[in-house]
Design a protein around this ligand. Structure first.
Ligand code: FAD
Length: 248
């Protein structure tokens, strides 16, 4: 597995379950933790349950739950009630990218991880794949053979470039940029659990309230399918993710 990101760790868990002995190589000298807001939709929650990482994953849904308000704010700062990100169909759960990374990391115990290592050449043979690695610190190169190489090394995957061709053949530029950072405290005059969005011109500035500490109750699996959407992705205290009691 090339890349210790969400894709690499998820694939390693799946392959290990299928009886393989995966090895993950990561270019960075250590785990790449952190990241900002990610909405976990039903498919993502189901994937967390299927991967067996749900017990390690907590949500950042703002304290106050159903009472949390969402606002649309105009240029003059006037606000009116609006649907917030978490009000979308499927009721996404708020998590930080680092929460998913941490939950996966806790679940790949036993999987070998080589940090500071990147492939520089990949040669496919009839029975195995020969990979030439370079150690990022020392520059030393060495070869190993594997049954399968999985490129999970992100948007500008060097595995894809090496095996299939240049990035430009696969990437589409959306001509958009995103910048995200955490505020030390809630925007003045808003309640702690409020979220808002301001969209003057071509830019949109949303801000999300997240709870400072992970949600106390981890995701656990529902035994009954929710009648609202058929999910079995999680339950909190007998209620479904959507706040619906299974079977209700
Ligand atoms: C530090 C970080 C923070 C992020 N924050 C957010 C976020 O807040 N919100 C969001 O929606 N998305 C975020 N992303 C992107 C999001 O994680 C990915 O788009 C998505 O999860 C897909 O993950 P991935 O595993 O395919 O790729 P990535 O998450 O990009 O992981 C790829 C991994 O491969 C490693 N790698 C790259 N090249 C090589 C190489 N040649 N050899 C070995 N290893 C290599 C990288 O160091 C990285 O650890 C972040 C990614 C990172 C790395």
């Amino acid at each position: 597995m090339v890349g210790l990101g969400i894709a690499g760790m998820s694939a390693a868990i799946g392959l290990r379950r299928a009886g393989w002995t995966p090895v993950i190589v990561e270019r960075a000298p250590e785990r790449r933790t952190g990241g900002y807001f990610v909405g976990l939709f039903p498919e993502g929650r189901q994937a967390a349950v299927d991967l067996g990482i749900a017990d390690h994953l907590h949500t950042r849904n703002p304290e106050g739950g159903a009472d949390a308000k969402a606002w649309s704010v105009d240029r003059r700062g006037r606000r009116r009630p609006a649907l917030g990100f978490l009000d979308q169909p499927g009721g996404p759960a708020a998590v930080l990218r680092g929460d998913i990374e941490a939950a996966l990391w806790q679940s790949i115990t036993g999987v070998e991880v080589w940090f500071g290592t990147a492939p520089v050449a990949i040669t496919e043979g009839p029975a195995e794949v020969q990979v030439l690695f370079e150690n990022a610190g020392t520059g030393a190169r060495y070869s190993e053979s594997f049954d399968l190489v999985v490129g999970a090394d992100g948007m500008r995957s060097s595995v894809r470039r090496t095996v299939f061709g240049p990035d430009e053949d696969y990437l589409a530029n959306w001509k958009a940029m995103i910048c995200a950072f955490q505020l030390k405290e809630q925007v003045p005059t808003y309640e702690a659990s409020d979220s808002a969005r301001s969209s003057p011109g071509w830019t949109t500035t949303p801000w999300f309230a997240t709870s400072w500490t992970p949600w106390k109750r981890p995701l656990t699996t529902c035994s009954t399918r929710c009648t609202r959407c058929g999910c079995r992705g999680g339950a909190r205290g007998g209620s479904c993710w959507w706040g619906t009691r299974p079977g209700a």
